[in-house]
Design a protein around this ligand. Sequence first.
Ligand SMILES: Cc1cc2nc3c(=O)[nH]c(=O)nc-3n(C[C@H](O)[C@H](O)[C@H](O)COP(=O)(O)OP(=O)(O)OC[C@H]3O[C@@H](n4cnc5c(N)ncnc54)[C@H](O)[C@@H]3O)c2cc1C
Ligand code: FES
Length: 289
Amino acid sequence: MRETAANYPDLDSSRESLYRPTLCTVDSVCDLTPTEKLFRISRLDGKGFGHRPGQFVQVSLFGHGEAPISVSSSPTRGAYLELGVRKVGELTTAMHTLRPGDTLGIRGPFGTYFDVQAMRGKDVLLISGGCGLAPMRALIQHCEGHGDEFGKVTVLYGARSPEDLLYKEDLAEWAASGKLDCRYTVDEVPSTTPWDCNVGVITTLIPPLDLDPQKTVAVICGPPVMYKFVILGLREKGMADKDIILSLERHMKCGVGKCGHCAMDHLYCCLDGPVFRLDQLKGVKGALE
Ligand SMILES: Cc1cc2nc3c(=O)[nH]c(=O)nc-3n(C[C@H](O)[C@H](O)[C@H](O)COP(=O)(O)OP(=O)(O)OC[C@H]3O[C@@H](n4cnc5c(N)ncnc54)[C@H](O)[C@@H]3O)c2cc1C
Ligand code: FES
């Protein structure tokens, strides 16, 4: 049995803290789309969460259960967590009724993270689709705030339509910052909607990139169907699997390597992931199908 607590030196040293939710309060809530809201959350005891870009937390609401949600804000922005949540079922529907001042439980942060130290000095290519912008946003915020640590930082983001784009204010701010090369695309545009970026699936943004495969790290977050084709596009650009990082989503229960719900062959998505290097997933059944 792997020693779960050893993976989380930043958590309070008691192993119970892996299972016991910390009481938190909602600082603010805003609408991202008709089905997605952004929550800013702080601990009631005033401490930070010790999270890193790429990690997730288990959100709990009494009487409604728990669900894993990616942390959407960089710790460099503040001690709070921001969570972008799509209303799909029991817990997330209850979450969408929360107002500032309400309380909720948080376990974690859990899981592996984007290793920003290993990306230092490299060009960084950040590719996300749909909800995948939630974990990616924390990394984009980090890269924007530490531009001198990286080479060229390129952000590719795709959604079904302009209405489905998440974090629209951030997308505009990143594009205007001059620090990031931002390229956005949507699958289709209603004739009445203004749109001056690309139309087409996310993979159409890859061939025009001026990319040096020897000095680039690519990070991909998105729906499973996106991975296969984005990986093909990156390999065609000469990128090696060791330089391609992915964040995977699996059905989870415990979030800490105990229940087996998120198993992919010999790996647990919650403990060995959700962030993996592509070469780590070679031969792992169910990882990318
Ligand atoms: C590491 C990780 C990070 C995630 N980050 C986010 C995030 O940032 N924002 C966000 O909105 N959601 C995120 N999710 C997905 C979220 O955890 C699920 O949508 C969650 O089950 C919703 O809980 P619920 O009680 O509202 O839905 P339920 O009532 O449990 O289920 C509603 C529907 O969603 C399906 N479902 C349940 N779990 C998953 C899952 N893991 N993946 C896909 N479908 C599922 C169910 O089969 C059912 O059809 C993440 C999942 C993982 C594993
Ligand atoms: S969610 Fe329980 S082992 Fe991963």
